[in-house]
Structures are given as structure tokens and as C-alpha cells.
Design a protein around this ligand. Structure first.
Ligand SMILES: Cc1cc2nc3c(=O)[nH]c(=O)nc-3n(C[C@H](O)[C@H](O)[C@H](O)COP(=O)(O)OP(=O)(O)OC[C@H]3O[C@@H](n4cnc5c(N)ncnc54)[C@H](O)[C@@H]3O)c2cc1C
Ligand code: SF4
Length: 520
């Protein structure tokens, strides 16, 4: 006969919740169970694998603590290891091993992580522990890890647009039968407007969370961070209620102009009509489906105020790009993290860490990143990313910067965007051509150039905008790798037709800038 104590011992499960798995709608939490104990931990392996923005570390810990408090108040058993706790051994492996040794757990369970690094760690841990283990899905994404790989099986090109359409069909999002509602899939061409010069964008919704105690604890350690923080008025959402409030604010106030101005940039305006929902979504405080459902609901209520292209532009980012990037990540890792198509080797210019450059566009994009841990997509792609690629910076250095500096940076979505879309280091898996430009694109989409030390129309000399000569230098240097690309061939025709002395002057100017890059 088995007595009660023995039964208890037989069925004690330890469940790990990662800092980016704060999904209160996960089926794990649908009921409380005496046999289940959850564990959450603030550990140095996670704070130190890259140099993070201080707001990112603080924001994640604050959200974890708030989530833990909610679990406890709902009656769940939870062990929470704070950063400076004595019994915190600062890694998943050591803490889990210790808990298994000191408690009568018989089974270990975790949700599949989004990061390859953590996935490997947990798989290895499960092999090394003396109790049984299992993993469940995180119940967050529209797709599973292998879905994109299966979708593109046997195909050479992984075209996002094809994947996006299949996602719309599969999930019945903005569809009429198997046709797109309105008859058109993609409204990209309507979504490239520059903001009028005197336009005053909607004031962003920010929170005023007091996170001073967490900052103090971080300051007691020697965790190296980037950027600044106002810990008494922390602007980011740190729980589900605030995340839903931010989503609501976006749907009500920003969605009507989101698509039109999604590529636009304006000095000292860090948020414009963007949702800033990526932090909440990436740590799973809210799900992509909740976000999509909310914006569609808003559009249905206000069809005369919210044009369809504003909505479609937003839906595509989430159901398309976000799921696509995750699928690429799981299909291509770990090799993806070592790709360097152009064999770029340069260091990241020092001012990426300080914002101290005379280039207005870079100064603005970097300073707002240091101030808020945020820049919107086109700032990341066409300002900081564009310059880094033109300067031939090693993708490892660029990845480390992007993975550290942004609130929403987690490797599955950071590396595919950075190494893939922005740096073309994957040779064309994510993008069909490198995203590089001279000053003309930046001027077309922003109000940066007018007040810049450099002159957008000048190509050589002291005041020449560095983007101009570096742009042609990029094409010249990489001709053997790019000239056969049908989307680029035209640029080589222009380059070849240029007078030799003009070409030489441009390349000399680029050389000068590259040799003095920290002074720009
Ligand atoms: C070099 C580079 C690095 C990036 N690194 C990250 C990163 O670490 N984490 C991250 O979440 N996004 C990253 N992105 C994608 C995109 O820039 C951010 O998702 C977006 O800026 C987040 O701000 P938002 O919530 O205001 O987005 P919005 O403009 O309001 O868009 C809505 C949502 O769409 C999704 N989305 C939009 N574009 C993309 C994209 N290209 N890939 C995946 N999802 C997308 C995001 O979840 C975003 O919250 C990166 C882009 C580039 C070019
Ligand atoms: S002139 Fe050149 S460096 Fe200055 S803001 Fe314009 S693109 Fe940027």
C-alpha cells in the first residue's frame, strides 16, 4: 500500500518560468495544483550574455516580479530567486540542480524557450538531472517552431509575402473565404509617407512605474549596462494590465495613421505612430492574437476613420514579419549566427555607445535608443543598420549592439532582423537585396538632413554627407557578390557610367571617412 506521504513524493513537479514567458493565459495556470511548484529566477547568465540596456534588465525583472506576485495571489506555489538572494546560484542549471537536491521533486517541466542558447542549456540540464523531465509549448505564437521550415521545404527563396498570405488564410485574418478582404493582399505602396514638417505627432503614452528598488539591486552588482533610466518614472509597461492599456492607446490614437507614417522619421519624436508593443509581446504579457484581434475590432468600429491600409500594414508586421523571423531562426540556427556574407571585419564606431556624432540622423536614432531602449523599425534598418553595413562592421559587433540596446531584443527576432534583413550577412535568406541608401532616402523619409552638420547633396569634401560616398564604396567593394542580383544590377549600370575621376573622388572620400570613423 502507498501512504499519503509517498504519493506526495511521487508527484512533485517543478516548473520553470523564464523571464520572457510571462503568459498568464498559459494552460499551466488554468488550475492550482498542490503537486506543482513554479520557479522563476533573476540570474547573471541572463543579465550578462550581452551588455543590455539598463531599462531592459530593470523592465524584465519588474515584469517578472509582478507576474510572480499575481501567480501567488492566484494560489500557485512559487519559488522566486531574486538577483542578490544568497541561495541564488546565478544559472538555470545550478539553481534547478540545487532545488532538485533540496526538495522532493520527481519531475521537471519547462516551456520551450524562444532562444537557441537557452534551449540547448535546458536540454542538457534535462539529461543531467536525476528526475524525469518534459517540455511544453509556450502557447504564444501563431506558428510552431518548424512551421515555416515545412512551408518552404524544397524552396530556394523564403519569400515573406508568400508566408504572410498563407498565415492570413490559415488564421482567417482579414479574409473573405480564401480571398483577401478588399481583394488586395498588400498595401505597402500606400505606407511610405514623410511626415509634414509642422506635423505634431500624438504624444506617446508612457507609464510612471517606480522601479528604484530593482535598480538599486542591480547597482549593487557589477552588471554592465547601456543607457540611462528614470527609475522613479519608468516608462515601459511592466504587467499585463499596462500592456493592454498601451495596446488600447495604440488602437485608439495611433492606428489611424500607423501605416501612412510607419517608415517616417522626425528628430526628437521617438515614438510617432508606432505601438511600442514589442516588449510586452516578446515577454508574452500579451499575445500576438490579442493584438491582432484588438486592432481589427477598432477598425470595424471606425471604418470611416481608419483606412484599410493602416490596418493591413500593422497586421502584416505581426502575423507576417514577426512569425516569419521566428520561423527563419528555428530553421537556420545555429549556423545563422556565424554568417558573414560580405566578410565584414570593422569595429562598431565608438559613438554607437554614446550618440556623440555630428550626423544628425544617427545622433537622434542612437540617443533615443540610449534614452528609451527603443527606436522604430526604419531607424534600426535605414539609419543605424544602414550605416553599419556601409562601414563594413562585423555582424557579431552589430548583433551585440542590437541585442543589448533594445527593450524588445531577444535573439530569435533580433538576429534575423539584424544579420538577415539589415546586414544581408545571410546572403539573401531574409531579404532579396541589402538595405543600403545614400542621404537621398533618409531625406525623403525624415526631417534630419536640414539641420545636420553634413550636407545631404554633397558627395565629397568636408561637409559631404558620409552616407553618399560610403554608399558607392559599398557597391564598388562588393561588386563580385552583388552585380548579378537582378534587384541591384541597375545600380551597377549607374556606377559604371560614372566618370572615372568622380568614382575616384568618391572612393577616396569613403576611405577618408572609414579611416576616421570615430570622428564623424
Ligand atoms: C536591425 C533590426 C533589429 C531589430 N531587432 C528587433 C528585436 O530585437 N526585437 C523585436 O521585437 N523586433 C526587432 N526588430 C523589428 C522592429 O524594428 C521592431 O519589432 C519594432 O521596431 C518594435 O517597435 P513597435 O512595437 O513600436 O513596432 P510597430 O512598428 O508598432 O510594429 C508592430 C509590431 O510588429 C512586429 N514587427 C514589426 N516589424 C518586425 C520585424 N521586422 N520583425 C519582427 N517583428 C516585427 C513587432 O512585434 C512590433 O511590435 C528589428 C529590426 C531591425 C531592422
Ligand atoms: S545629411 Fe547625411 S548624416 Fe546628415 S542627417 Fe542627412 S543623411 Fe544623416
Amino acid at each position: 500500500m502507498i501512504n499519503a506521504e509517498a504519493t506526495n513524493k511521487m508527484n512533485k513537479t517543478l516548473r520553470l518560468i523564464l523571464g520572457d514567458q510571462l503568459n498568464s493565459n498559459h494552460s499551466w495556470f488554468s488550475k492550482t495544483e498542490d503537486s506543482v511548484t513554479y520557479v522563476m529566477m533573476e540570474i547573471r547568465t541572463e543579465t550578462d550574455y550581452v551588455q543590455h540596456h539598463v531599462q531592459k534588465v530593470v523592465g524584465i525583472f519588474a515584469a517578472m516580479r509582478s507576474f510572480a506576485a499575481e501567480l501567488k495571489s492566484n494560489g500557485h506555489q512559487l519559488i522566486y530567486l531574486q538577483l542578490n538572494d544568497e541561495n541564488n546560484f546565478q544559472s538555470f542549471e545550478k539553481n534547478i540542480q540545487n532545488l532538485i537536491e533540496t526538495h522532493p521533486f520527481t519531475h521537471f517541466e519547462y516551456q520551450l524557450p524562444d532562444e537557441f542558447r537557452v534551449d540547448e542549456t535546458l536540454k542538457a540540464l534535462c539529461h543531467s538531472i536525476s528526475i524525469t523531465s518534459s517540455a511544453v509549448v509556450s502557447e504564444h505564437f501563431y506558428t510552431n517552431r518548424n512551421e515555416l521550415g515545412d512551408f518552404f521545404q524544397g524552396k530556394k527563396m523564403f519569400l515573406m509575402e508568400n508566408f504572410y498570405r498563407a498565415m492570413r488564410k490559415k488564421n482567417g485574418v482579414l479574409m473573405e473565404g480564401d480571398q483577401p478582404l478588399t481583394g488586395q493582399w498588400n498595401y505597402d505602396s500606400d505606407n511610405r509617407k514623410k511626415l509634414p514638417k509642422d506635423h505634431k505627432p500624438t504624444k506617446p503614452l508612457v507609464f510612471d512605474n517606480n522601479v528604484s528598488n530593482i535598480l538599486e539591486e542591480i547597482n549593487k552588482t557589477n552588471i554592465k549596462t547601456i543607457g540611462i533610466i528614470d527609475a522613479e518614472n519608468f516608462v515601459w509597461p511592466i504587467n499585463r494590465a499596462q500592456s493592454l492599456e498601451l495596446l488600447d492607446f495604440f488602437a485608439t490614437n495611433c492606428l489611424p495613421l500607423f501605416g501612412s507614417y510607419q517608415d517616417a522619421m522626425m528628430p526628437n519624436e521617438w515614438s510617432l505612430y508606432h505601438s511600442r508593443i514589442s516588449f510586452s509581446m516578446n515577454i508574452k504579457l500579451i499575445s500576438p492574437k490579442e493584438v491582432i484581434d484588438r486592432v481589427i475590432e477598432e477598425w470595424k468600429h471606425r471604418p470611416n476613420e481608419i483606412e484599410f491600409h493602416q490596418l493591413e500594414g500593422f497586421v502584416r508586421q505581426i502575423i507576417g514579419w514577426r512569425e516569419y523571423m521566428r520561423g527563419i531562426y528555428w530553421n537556420k540556427m545555429p549556423d545563422y549566427a556565424a554568417l558573414n556574407f560580405f566578410n565584414n571585419q570593422a569595429d562598431l564606431p565608438s559613438w554607437y555607445w554614446t550618440g556623440k556624432t555630428k550626423m544628425n540622423c544617427l545622433k537622434d536614432a542612437i540617443n533615443q535608443s540610449l534614452n528609451y531602449g527603443y527606436a522604430h523599425h526604419i531607424q534600426r534598418l535605414m539609419i543605424t543598420g544602414n550605416f553599419a553595413l556601409l562601414a563594413g562592421v562585423h555582424p557579431n559587433a552589430i548583433d551585440a549592439w542590437y541585442l543589448g540596446i533594445y527593450m524588445d531584443a531577444f535573439e530569435w527576432v533580433e538576429i534575423t532582423n539584424t544579420r538577415g534583413m539589415s546586414q544581408f550577412a545571410d546572403g539573401g535568406i531574409v531579404g532579396t537585396k541589402p538595405y543600403v541608401s545614400s542621404a537621398s532616402y533618409i531625406d525623403k523619409m525624415s526631417h534630419y538632413c536640414g539641420s545636420c552638420f553634413y550636407k545631404k547633396n554633397i558627395k565629397t569634401g568636408d561637409k559631404a554627407c558620409p552616407f553618399n560616398s560610403l554608399y558607392w564604396n559599398f557597391y564598388d567593394k562588393n561588386e563580385s557578390k552583388l552585380a548579378s542580383n537582378p534587384r541591384i544590377g541597375m545600380m551597377y549600370n549607374v556606377w559604371r557610367k560614372m566618370k572615372n575621376e568622380d568614382k575616384t573622388a568618391l572612393l577616396e572620400q569613403a576611405d577618408y571617412y572609414l579611416n576616421n570613423i570615430n570622428e564623424l
